[in-house]
Design a protein. Structure first.
Length: 141
């Protein structure tokens, strides 16, 4: 067999092996997710708007939208698919543009910045499978 034929044959075997085995990340590797909803209160009132992030002990984080105090569309990989089952640390972000920042990129946090830090927020939840998890956070100064 010539060098070209040998290389072509080798490439064909590698290509077919990859096609048959796939690239990983199959269904068995997917995290178990569960739907999450609830409320976020700040200063005794529903938080107008923001973002909530669920950080599992391992794996991909999930994020959701906060509107009028309601936690909506918690997503890990597909919109609204939920958060990873198990213990999750939680961070919450609520900002507005900083009028003092001439670049237009700066923001001001509307809640204490400790809620933006997974190590300082103090917010934790356990997401359970096969149910709609209702979580409520009453943020304090």
């Amino acid at each position: 067999m010539s060098g070209f034929q040998n290389n072509a044959c080798c490439f064909s075997w590698i290509f077919m092996s990859l096609m048959l085995t796939g690239c990983g990340g199959g269904v068995d590797d997917a995290p178990v997710l569960a739907e999450v909803g609830g409320n976020v209160i700040w200063n005794g009132k529903p938080l107008d708007e923001g973002t909530i992030v669920f950080h599992p002990t391992t794996g991909r984080s999930a994020s959701g939208v906060i509107q009028a105090g309601k936690i909506l569309e918690v997503t890990t990989t597909r919109k609204g698919d939920g958060a990873p089952v198990g213990e999750n640390q939680v961070t919450i972000y609520a900002t507005k543009p900083d009028p003092q920042d001439l670049s237009g990129m700066g923001t001001i946090s509307l809640i204490p910045e400790r809620y933006n830090d997974v190590k300082k927020s103090g917010l934790k939840v356990i997401i359970k499978s096969d149910e709609i998890n209702k979580v409520n956070f009453d943020l304090v100064k």
